[in-house]
Design a protein around this ligand. Structure first.
Ligand SMILES: [Zn+2]
Length: 299
């Protein structure tokens, strides 16, 4: 005889009456299905505690990771796109813009800012996938171009964090022009011997890969990111062959020479500070020399 006998019938809760765990309390990793609390997940910079899967984050989180004490000055905060082509797909472009702005709290798919990282001045542009798939339109191009100009003017290193589905269809040709514009600005940055670090995150594709994302003095990526130009289906149809395993993952792209290294998000700031320490010694040395000369004069 069982030690407990259910006396009352109908004590089982029907499915529709079961209470759900409130949203946003738990995080379930899409790769290994490990469940962690949202607090723990956030503390781990939104990477899985078990398999290190890197969950997508936006400019708000990247700025918090990279800028000292999350202190930075944002540039061109209110720039938002017009509708140069009078474009309508399932809805008019201005309506889509307004809705996306309201939903995401963002003005467009990139935010640019300057501040200090590891005590060193830096200018950072970071894309947001939440805004129309991180698509590159005229505002994205213009803001990046202006951020590069700021880096040139202040002689600070420039970092770009890409996360994009490619060019913005609603601006067609205007989107494509941004590839040339940003590339030309990066050429000027390079001529002035200022470092450019490009971080490719999941996903970095299309016109973004074909322009600024791959032009870094250092092209680095987060583990497991999808990095490519055209999607795998299009490539498969074009070449008529099956694609190798792991095709277009950061690890595959690294092995084939497109990346310098892969960096774990939890080590991103440390690696960035180290890297800038190695490649920016000239400026520091000249500062050091100036200090020595000053000291010699005053003695
Ligand atoms: Zn996982």
């Amino acid at each position: 005889m069982p030690w407990f006998k259910r006396v009352e019938k109908g004590i089982n809760t029907p499915t529709e009456e079961k209470k759900e765990t409130p949203d946003g309390l738990w995080y379930k990793c899409p790769e290994c299905k490990t469940v962690t609390s949202m607090t723990e997940h956030r503390k781990n910079l939104k990477t899985c505690v078990k398999c290190n899967y890197h969950d997508r984050i936006g400019s708000k989180e990247y700025f918090a990771i990279l800028f000292d004490d999350n202190k930075f000055t944002e540039m061109d905060e209110d720039m938002s796109s017009g509708d140069p082509l009078n474009f309508t797909d399932s809805k008019p472009y201005p309506q889509r813009t307004a809705e996306t702005q309201r939903k995401t709290g963002l003005k467009d798919a990139v935010r640019t800012a300057y501040g200090k990282s590891g005590g060193r001045d830096i200018t950072i542009a970071c894309m947001d996938f939440a805004y129309i798939g991180g698509s590159m339109g005229s505002v994205v191009g213009e803001k990046i171009a202006r951020a590069i100009d700021h880096a040139r003017k202040t002689r600070t290193p420039f970092m770009m964090i890409s996360k994009s589905g490619g060019a913005r269809m609603m601006e067609a040709g205007f989107s494509l022009m941004q590839m040339a514009k940003t590339s030309a600005k990066l050429a000027l940055l390079s001529e002035e011997k200022l470092p450019y670090i490009s971080l490719l995150t999941d996903p970095t594709t299309g016109g973004v890969t074909a322009s600024y994302a791959m032009l870094g003095d250092f092209n680095i990526a987060e583990p497991g990111s999808l990095i490519g130009f055209a999607g795998p289906r299009v490539i498969k149809e074009t070449i008529g062959k099956d694609l190798p395993k792991g095709f277009q993952s950061a690890e595959f792209v690294l092995e084939h020479g497109f990346l310098d290294f892969i960096v774990d998000r939890k080590e991103l700031k440390e690696r960035l500070v180290d890297l800038l320490g190695m490649i920016m010694p000239a400026a520091e040395e000249s500062n050091g020399t100036a200090k020595v000369q000053k000291a010699a004069k005053s003695s």
